[in-house]
Design a protein around this ligand. Sequence first.
Ligand code: GLY
Length: 391
Amino acid sequence: MHPGHSSARSADVLVIGGGVIGLVTAWRAAQRGLRTALADPEPGGGAAQVAAGMLAAVTELHYGEETLLGLNLASAGRYPGFAAELGEASGQDTGYRSCGTLAVALDADDRAHLRELHALQRRFGLQSEWLTGRECRRLEPLLAPGVRGGLRVDGDHQVDPRRLTRALVVACERAGVVFHRRWAERLSVVRDRAAGAVLTGGATVAADQVVLAAGSLSGRLAGVPAQALPPVRPVKGQVLRLRVPSEYAPFLSRTVRAVVRGSHVYLVPRENGELVVGATSEELGWDTAVTAGGVYRLLRDAHELVPGITELPLTETRAGLRPGSPDNAPLLGPSELPGLLLATGHYRNGVLLAPVTGDALAHALVTGELPDEARPFTPRRFSPAQQKVSA
Ligand code: GLY
């Protein structure tokens, strides 16, 4: 603690990090009657400012991520109610849009990849329909003539993460969350228990419980003992934003995506005319530079899918950092340090997993336990003792 700085305020819960995950956790905690504070210099910033907002539980299914699929589906299922409740609580539209997704293939390799994905989806009983190239173009007439087939997934929707976080900030304020617009510099630990945090400038926020929800930065908070520090790393994603002038609308009616020569590309059309094109996936540490190569690859692949894209004004290029974890799944709930809970490591699914994360963390803060659907995502799965048992 810094001498000369008294404890700023105390709370039942201090949430460190005001991205989508920190905000939803704080909102849900405050709704449960917990006196909640949140520390972030810019609440609503972070990776959600870059993310496209696909709710792609089915089209982003990967081998080996079956447990995560259950959580993703649970969260996708809560989205309509969550968006409606948040809209009501904040008076703001979240941009939730039930538009569906079309995943297409451009060559034989892509088609083989998509067939594999389809087989996996069917094995899990997921709703997904194989379409010929012609059927794909009937749904989305601006698709390239070379599209060889695709998967129609009517249950993978979208939300606008920038609107979502704005709405969450307002909902938090209305629910009584106290914002400290500062970085948390160090976790306070008193008698082997998390007890709050020291903020930049030296003020301390004391709290009975602390939730570390600082995205890819979560693994760097000073004062967290090694056994409780989340194993998250930054995974860079470059994303472009274009504008569809009204004379070109409707450009696309749903999210369109593909794997082009092994790289994922997706086009997410918003109702307000924004078209989001993403994303690279780069293991480059803390680098958030937008590169010519990244922009080139995204535009090249998007142009192969939808040639008309090159007519559109390019309005923004930006890079964000996904919080990657060793098994691509989030770390939710109590850590090895009493009083410290984690809500991080959401990797590609932070926006999708917001509803289920808020519910799980609020439950854990009140009861000390995770709800059933979140139990497999305990941070303790990475603790050295647990790893020895499973080895
Ligand atoms: N879920 C989309 C991405 O991470 O790029």
